[in-house]
Design a protein around this ligand. Structure first.
Ligand SMILES: [Zn+2]
Length: 435
């Protein structure tokens, strides 16, 4: 299987036609497998009287039901294959930004294949590193997080052809400890959560800490703002790439060396963009992402509402890869708030207010009631907070519109409990906001 790694490095450059044919072939086999061995789909095909062989291309996915997170959280076994491969699948937990964690099973074969798929991203990385192997990799994350668990599985089952030199750094450590670990290990590459790394490097810059300069930073799991990416690249001189995935689909897309947009692994995870009534949106228009994992034989998810918003475009990328690209990736839908005057405020609008003031290291806007907000501001000290809090709160009230109040509160940078899965905007639960 490891002979597959060079092939995976080349795959993104194949013709669009070839890539689509690989994708649709995978879709047909996934759908047949689901209809035969996954309770939810077996029931759906039989009740609807649809022959699974009629689902031939990703366009036909529009005929199939949309799967909500809540359904999988409440009835995980409905989506888990009863085949031998499904029975041997390993459980992974989603990080639960939108509530209770969900158990997703990945079959051993696809977990191992995932190493080879990683070759696509590594090809982009090696443009900066100059070599594919022999790099020192620092991973900042949760000890029991997805990456750690996937590694543990791969170490157990795979005879890795190349031994990665890796150092794990806990995200729960203080900034000083993390910086100390980076300085001691001197990695070529730093991996971590997007929002966390953005905050980490802002704090490092603000406190003027001396930190080892890596050749490359790679983030995944959650979004980093475009400003954050530019800040790290300009201030620290380190290019930033992204490996975009989720527990529900380990590989969704990646930022190539051009860093202009995300390429989608369309043959591993098909992405559809839908709007009102889950109707497919035309190219270039931003909407909700529905993903279909085409490789996992544990938990099988087709048309799964991931919770991210994006637009797809067929325009070309200067890198020459033919994989489709996301024109925009707007982050989690959950980070959009519904305000009393009936509008949706995207977190980017909130960020516009914050970014005017560089003394704010990080922030979090929490909606306690429809019109009542708390604005947590992290500044280097209390005096800085006091000098800017009321003005920022007022600007925020103007953005949020009539009938809103914003109470600013002071927070130490990266205080315990605020690290990790950082969310800049925490809205009221959607249902209560709509009632
Ligand atoms: Zn590209």
């Amino acid at each position: 299987m490891y002979a597959a790694i060079p092939a995976q490095r080349r795959l993104p450059y194949m013709s669009e036609e070839k890539l689509r044919s690989i994708r649709d072939e995978r879709l047909r086999s996934t759908v047949m497998y689901a209809a035969e061995t996954v309770p939810f789909y077996r029931k759906w095909f039989s009740e609807e009287g649809v022959d699974p062989r009629q689902i031939r291309t990703v366009a036909d996915l529009a005929r199939m039901p949309v799967v909500e997170k809540e359904m999988v959280r409440m009835y995980p076994d409905q989506f888990r294959s009863t085949s031998p491969l499904g029975n041997r699948a390993e459980p992974f937990m989603t990080t639960g930004t939108s509530g209770t964690p969900t158990q997703i099973y990945h079959d051993p074969r696809s977990l191992l294949a995932n190493i080879a798929y990683g070759g696509r991203m590594r090809a982009a990385m090696s443009k900066f590193l100059g070599r594919a192997v022999g790099n020192r990799e620092a991973w900042i994350g949760f000890p029991t997080g997805l990456t750690g668990n996937v590694w543990a599985f791969q170490r157990k089952w795979a005879m890795l052809p190349v031994r990665y030199d890796r150092q794990f750094i806990s995200i729960m450590d203080s900034v000083d400890e993390v910086v100390g670990a980076l300085n001691a290990y001197q990695p070529n590459v730093i991996f971590g959560f997007g929002a966390y790394l953005e905050l980490l490097f802002r704090v490092i810059a603000e406190r003027k800490l001396r930190v080892h300069r890596a050749q490359l930073i790679v983030y995944g799991s959650e979004a980093m703002t475009l400003e954050g990416r530019r800040f790290i690249e300009d201030r620290f001189g380190t290019p930033v790439l992204s490996d975009y995935g989720a527990v529900e689909s380990l590989k969704i897309g990646f930022l190539c060396e051009e860093r202009a947009a995300f390429h989608l692994h369309e043959d591993l995870c098909s992405v559809r963009i839908v709007g009102e009534g889950d109707r497919e949106l035309p190219e270039g228009q931003s909407g909700e992402m529905l993903i279909s994992n085409l490789v996992n034989r544990g938990t099988v998810l087709l048309n799964y509402r991931l919770g991210d918003m994006a637009a797809i475009t067929s325009s070309d990328c200067a890198c020459g890869r033919q994989l489709p690209i996301l024109a925009s990736l707007d982050g989690r839908i959950a980070d959009t708030v519904f305000v009393p005057d009936g509008r949706f405020i995207h977190q980017a609008a909130v960020w516009m207010v914050i970014k005017r003031n560089p003394a704010i290291l990080s922030y979090q806007l929490i909606q306690h009631e429809l019109g009542r907000f708390e604005l947590r501001l992290m500044t280097s000290d209390l005096a800085t907070f006091e000098s800017l809090a009321s003005e920022i709160a007022l600007s925020m009230e103007i953005v949020l519109g009539a009938g809103t109040t914003v109470e600013p509160t002071f927070h130490e940078p990266l205080a315990a409990g605020e690290r990790g899965k950082f969310r800049p905007v925490v809205p009221l639960k959607r249902d209560s906001a709509f009632l």
